[in-house]
Design a protein around this ligand. Structure first.
Ligand code: REY
Length: 409
């Protein structure tokens, strides 16, 4: 059985090669802005608990898992298992990976910078900027960025069958308009503004707005406005290239068929997501990015306040503009995003003041036990206590996932 074989192999590697390590924060260049300070108000991270979560994630079928906490003075890294099942290379905290919907925060930041530059207004109709694109001219930019537009998520159908759906688009190159048209072939989920309904279509529209308003590709805008200023040297937007540059974790898509081998999904265009999910990054860079964002290094204070105007999604999660808030069991709230692209589950969150950040990755997807267990890294990192291991049999509240598509929690 694949899962137990993987778990056994990974546990050995994890124990030998990759025990918990602590390195000075100077090893993490790229943090922009003022002197880093310790996150004094938070309990110390539970590093043993963090490692236990990663063990569980591997036992539940992920080839590998990593967590990296940056608290301004110290970096804690922990990894288990494999980056590559074919070579047996162990996962490291430096490995690059596909961040999925964490991309949405980058897209939102670009648009909020354009608001700061008076090139865009949040409560203006999308139709004003992209005439005729959407069938309802009441849909505003703010509704798009907060998943309240009612635009249907075309990925629900695209990935109804996980492996064949993926293989059908792995090497495809879509235009934004083609993706929007897939959405518009279905009825809207709600009237504009009436409800929260998570949809990739919204952040495809966000990409179109970026390109229309700047006259440049989203790649150029991400690079000039975020990657370069924050010195995110592990962060890339290579669409429609299919390769992850440099040392990276391979990603493994779990089949819907029990017992089938996972599919190595590492190489793909991610054209089905683009500005909704195609960025490549690393734990260090995502820690830097979210810390910088909430510290106000990327937008004006007023625009950050717009991003952090949260609407409740369920008892533990709220959504702002391309930004999630998760309320942890200890009463602490953290800010960031989750990501799910074939082969990779990511959690990237920071504290209110940006002084402690966590990125966690499992190089597996379509495995809700792994997704739910990996969330325990947040409890260990910010609450300083051991998370209860969740299994797929444990119901959890999910706000924005089509029944067959575990991707966000
Ligand atoms: C799409 C399917 C996930 C993932 C998605 N990702 O919309 C965006 C996000 C960018 O929210 C795939 N699931 C998996 C299935 C389910 O195929 N049938 O888990 O690899 O990050």
């Amino acid at each position: 059985m694949v899962v137990s074989a993987m778990a056994g192999r990974s546990a050995v590697l994890g124990a030998v090669a990759l025990s918990l390590l602590t390195v000075p924060a100077q090893a993490a260049p790229g943090r922009a802005g003022a002197e880093p300070q310790p996150a004094a108000a938070l309990p110390a991270p539970d590093t043993a608990g963090l490692a236990a979560v990663l063990d569980s994630v591997v036992a539940q079928g992920a080839p590998g898992a990593l967590a990296r906490i940056d608290d301004g003075t110290k970096v804690y890294g922990s990894t288990r298992g494999l980056a590559d099942r074919s070579t047996g290379r162990a996962l490291t905290t430096a490995d690059r990976f596909r961040v999925g919907s964490v991309t949405k925060t980058f897209s939102a930041v670009v648009l909020l910078q354009l608001v700061d530059e008076h090139k865009l207004a949040l409560d203006t109709s999308v139709d004003h900027y992209l005439p005729g694109l959407l069938p309802d001219d009441r849909i505003t930019v703010r509704q798009v960025l907060s998943h309240r537009s009612g635009l249907y998520d075309y990925t629900n159908d695209m990935f109804a069958s996980s492996v064949s759906g993926f293989e059908a688009v792995r090497n495809k190159v879509f235009t934004y308009r083609e993706l929007v048209n897939l959405s518009l072939a279905k009825p809207r989920t709600n009237a504009p503004g009436a409800a929260y309904s998570y949809s990739n279509t919204n952040f495809v529209v966000a990409g179109m707005l970026i390109e229309k308003l700047t006259g440049h590709s989203v790649k150029t805008e991400y690079e000039n406005r975020i990657f370069r200023p924050l010195r995110l040297s592990d962060t890339f937007y290579v669409h429609p290239d299919t390769k992850i540059p440099g040392q990276h974790a391979n990603g493994y898509l779990t089949s819907d068929k029990a017992g089938a081998e996972p599919v190595d999904a590492t190489d793909q265009t991610v054209s089905w997501a683009q500005s909704a999910g195609a960025i490549i990054s690393s734990a260090r860079d995502l820690d830097t990015f979210y810390s910088a964002l909430v510290r106000g290094k990327l937008t004006s204070a007023a625009r950050l306040a717009d991003m952090e105007r949260f609407s409740r999604v369920n008892s533990t999660t709220s959504y702002g503009l391309g930004l999630r808030r998760r309320d942890l069991s200890c009463g602490i709230s953290v800010y960031g995003h989750t990501g799910a692209v074939q082969g990779y589950y990511t959690y990237a969150f920071t504290s209110k003041d940006g002084k402690r950040s966590l990125t966690a990755l499992a190089n597996a997807s379509n495995n809700s036990a792994v997704l739910n267990t990996l969330a325990g890294t947040l409890e260990s990192a910010f609450c300083g206590k051991r998370a209860v291991t969740r299994s797929s049999a444990t119901p959890v509240e999910r706000e924005d996932v089509a029944p067959a598509a575990p991707r966000e929690q």
